[in-house]
Design a protein around this ligand. Structure first.
Ligand code: NDP
Length: 401
């Protein structure tokens, strides 16, 4: 005999301790928490205290730290709770493979690729925040989702906006996709001004509260570059159909232009919980406790053309799309290495784009990926070459000092 209680949806949050992860748990709470959902697994990396608290509060079955060295700490933090504990790459895969209907992919960087792919292959619906999956593995990732039979629902606010503005039966009439960009904290700065900025200054985003990598990526517009490549794969459009427009208020989250001249946009206050909630309840909308737009207060919306000279990441993304093959994976890996070198003070802000460009140019002869192994190989080679380029930059800066 059944109890008659509705079945709870089972969810897993990869990267639960990050900015998207904590917002996801807030949305889950708003939508009924443990009464409405079961949490199969939560994962983090270094923030063991928060991970243990999340696992306990949600009653997760499994908690995983990506860091092998943190296994004992997580285990003792969860002692006596009955929550299973795992660590490392295999632990992340175990979390992704746990039976859950919906998986939030919110690990930062290429580290998210293997677990997200594992979840996609077993047919889970993927709420995709980790754009690196599409930037690096593109068609292979899309195919894995299709073969698994789950849905791919974008969480990046721009891609969620496009997803919401796309009319399913009118795909043939899509002329262009217009990604909006806030322009970040350096929207009006010259290259000379940007040359000397520290990571502390670069991470201060004017509108959005986000993790460190995406905040720096918004300042350099690398994030927008990666989003252009993400859009190409998600919506199966040609590079020439993807436009970027700077919109400093971040109210229009992106738009779709149709062949009849209509443009359909999605608007909202800059709050990732709207896109996360949409991905969680799709195709239904739900009630969320987020700020509402007040149009009279807003008064105006501004738009500017992006400047690819001050922000070369946009040009590099276009180059990567035009060259095709593994150039997205190469650009992404080189940028990750350059980002870490920048935040640790080894190179300057503008060096990040130089390094990505050098590595992309040195790897134009890499064959397109036939399998994920090819993606990981190109990623590894690009990282090694980017590390060399970082060392060259440091040497040049040392000689000039
Ligand atoms: P955060 O840096 O805030 O969080 C990243 C998460 O990944 C944390 O749970 C972190 O664990 C974990 N993590 C870090 N390194 C590793 C690793 N090597 N292996 C496994 N897990 C790791 O990032 P965000 O939440 O800002 O971003 C997550 C993803 O979502 C990115 O791909 C980003 O581009 C995308 N995104 C983010 C948006 C935002 O508003 N933040 C908007 C749109 C997209 P711990 O904290 O425990 O170290």
């Amino acid at each position: 005999m059944t109890s008659g209680a509705p079945e709870k949806r089972r969810l897993t949050i990869l990267g639960s301790t990050g900015s998207i992860g904590t917002n996801t748990l807030d949305v889950i709470d708003q939508l009924g928490g443990r009464d409405a959902f079961e949490i199969a697994a939560v994962t983090g990396n270094g923030n063991i205290g928060l991970l243990a608290a999340q696992a306990t509060a949600t009653g997760a079955e499994l908690a995983v730290t990506a860091s092998e060295g943190q296994y004992e700490n997580l285990k003792s933090a969860l002692a006596g709770t009955g929550i299973e504990v795992a660590a490392g790459r295999s632990g992340l895969i175990e979390a992704a493979e746990r039976d859950a209907d919906w998986v939030m992919a919110a690990i930062v960087g290429t580290a998210g690729l293997a677990p997200t792919l594992a979840a996609a292959r077993r047919g889970a619906d993927i709420a995709l925040a980790n754009k690196e999956c599409l930037v690096s593995a593109g068609d292979l990732f899309v195919r894995a989702v299709a073969e698994g039979g789950g849905r791919l629902i974008p969480v990046d606010s721009e891609h969620s906006a496009i997803f919401q503005s796309l009319e399913d039966d009118q795909r043939h009439a899509v002329e262009r996709i217009v990604l909006t960009a806030s322009g970040g904290p350096f929207r009006t700065w010259s290259r000379e001004q940007m040359a000397g900025v520290t990571a502390e200054v670069a991470r201060a985003h004017p509108n959005w509260s986000m993790g460190l990598k995406i905040s720096i990526g918004s300042a350099s517009m690398f994030n927008k570059g990666l989003e252009m490549i993400e859009a190409k794969h998600l919506f199966d459009v040609a590079p020439s159909q993807i436009e970027v427009v700077v919109h400093p208020q971040s109210i229009i989250h992106s738009m779709v232009g149709y062949t009849d001249g209509s443009v359909i946009a999605q608007l909202g206050c800059p709050d990732m919980r709207t896109a996360i909630g949409y991905a969680l309840t799709y195709p239904m909308r739900t009630k969320l406790n987020v700020d509402r737009l007040d149009f009279a207060k807003l008064a105006r919306l501004d738009f500017e053309a992006p400047d690819e000279v001050r922000f070369p990441a946009l040009r590099l993304a276009r180059t990567a799309m035009e060259r095709g093959g593994l150039q997205g994976a190469i650009m992404n890996a080189a940028e990750e290495v350059a980002f870490h070198a920048f935040v640790s003070g080894r190179i300057g802000f503008l060096d990040m784009a130089d390094i990505a460009e050098v590595v992309m140019d040195r790897m134009t002869d890499v064959a397109p990926a036939a399998s994920m192994d090819d993606v990981f190989a190109a990623d590894g080679e690009a990282r090694a070459r980017a590390a060399e380029a970082v060392a060259e930059k440091e040497k040049a800066a040392g000689a000039a000092a």
